[in-house]
Structure formats: C-alpha cells, structure tokens
Ligand binder design. Structure first.
Ligand SMILES: [Zn+2]
Length: 253
C-alpha cells in the first residue's frame, strides 16, 4: 500500500457546508426538496444527487437522500423501504464503479454525532475517487469473525480482527439474489447498536466494500476513536463478543 495515496480536502468549500447534526437551528437542505439541484435519479422518496459541497478534490461526490423528512431512521425503516434504499444504493454504487472513470468508488453512511456526519437527515454517500483505490487499504482478515447467523449465502459476523475496533459487525453477500437478507442483517446491526449495545451509543457508520465478486458491509458503532488506533494503528477487540452474538440471536433471530 502506498502511504501517500491521499485525499485532499478543500476547506473553503467545507466552511460553506450546512451542519445541523449538532445545531438544530440550521435548516435541513434535504427536507427542502423543491430547491434541491443536480438530481441524477429518483425512486419514490429516494434521490441520488450531486453533492453541492464537493470538499474532496479529484472525486465525484454524490448523495443518496433516503427519506422525505429528517425523522425516520434507517434502523427503524419498514422492510419495503429498507430493501428499496439498499438495492437503489448498491445499484448506483456499482453503476459508478463500472463507468471505469475512477480508481475506486466508496459507498458509506454516517449516522449520529460521532459518525463524522454533518447533516442528520438520513442519507448515504457514493464517491468516485480518481486517484485512490480503497482496496489497497483493506485486509481480508478484517471481514472474518464470530458468526452470528448465516442464511441464503449471506454471513453476519462480529469481526475478530477489526479495522479499528472495538466491535465491528460484518455482513458478507456472496449471491446478489440475497440482497434483501443482507439488508435485514445490516438493519439488525444498526438497531442493536443504537438500542441494546452500549447505553451511550448514538452513532454508527455503514461502509460498503466490493471485493472478489462479493459485497461486504461493515456496521461500526461509533464513539470517540481510540488513541491506540489514531496514534499507532493498533486495532482493539473487546472480550464480550460472544455475549453480543448471543444477545443479537435472542433479540432478533
Ligand atoms: Zn431533513
């Protein structure tokens, strides 16, 4: 991996970006549908548009707005809407990938104040990177784990060798026909993180990876990032993984 393959952040655009995740007086741009510009595709309440504040240089930044209003949350979506959001997102992500205009295309979601997000309205991001290949920053072991459940060629596990730690849930899809099963597991992991995991957990990220004809998703409950990871790149894993797996089985499966 080249350590200098790096993304450049444009701070003058960054300063103009509306941020309402911690300040609710800032009006939500995604609720104001009539004034949204550069819409690339639309499926019912779900929109794909160009990011109005493209802070990352040498990229194409797009946003999926998941709902009409700010209040619904991914972990509580009715099944039909959940499946529509995930299948639309995967389709648009793979479409951008197959354009061959980018070294790689990243697809992720932020939720909550510790997720790195700035807007609380449910949304995801698909970003084409001209010069950075995210695959170089991954290791296969980061997707292995203690299996919580496995059905229809979809595996749901807790990472035994996480990228950063402590607890990272992985969902691995081997057969694209089982995409709704993948969506179910992702939703369980987000719902568990916000409602049954650590009492102070109010944030998570979803990260999507396309590796060897498989789709892998990491669902990561977020807190302040560990200094051992920031300073030394040492991931940590917690000793209560088996209890978490059992909890999830008892509550959801
Ligand atoms: Zn909104």
């Amino acid at each position: 991996m080249s350590p200098y393959e790096i993304l450049h952040f444009n701070s003058s655009i960054g300063e103009k970006k509306p941020k309402n995740i911690t300040n609710h007086n800032v009006k939500c741009p995604f609720c104001d549908r009539d004034n949204l510009e550069n819409i690339l595709d639309e499926r019912g309440p779900i929109l794909l548009l160009k990011n109005k504040y493209p802070v990352l240089e040498d990229t194409l930044q797009t946003v999926i707005v998941e709902t009409y209003r700010c209040t619904p949350e991914f972990s509580d979506y009715p099944k039909e809407h959940l499946y529509n959001v995930i299948s639309f997102g995967i389709e648009k992500w793979l479409e951008m990938e197959s354009s061959n205009e980018f070294s790689s295309v990243i697809y992720y979601k932020n939720h909550g104040p510790y997720s790195g997000g700035t807007i609380s309205h449910p949304h995801m991001q698909i970003i084409g990177l001209k010069n950075v290949d995210y695959h170089k920053h991954l290791q296969k072991e980061q997707f292995e784990g203690l299996i919580i459940n496995k059905e229809q060629n979809v595996e749901f596990n807790i990472a035994t060798k996480p990228r950063a730690g402590f607890d990272e849930f992985n969902v691995i899809l081997k057969d694209f026909n089982s995409i709704n099963k993948m969506a179910d597991y992702i939703q369980i992991a987000t719902h568990y993180s916000l409602n049954h995991y650590h009492k102070h957990c109010n944030s998570y990220n979803l990260f999507f990876y396309h590796i060897d004809n498989k789709i892998a998703v990491k669902i990561v409950p977020r807190f302040v990032t560990s200094p051992l990871f920031v300073g030394f790149s040492i991931p940590q894993v917690s000793d209560n993984m088996e209890r978490i797996a059992l909890d999830i089985k008892n509550i959801y499966l």
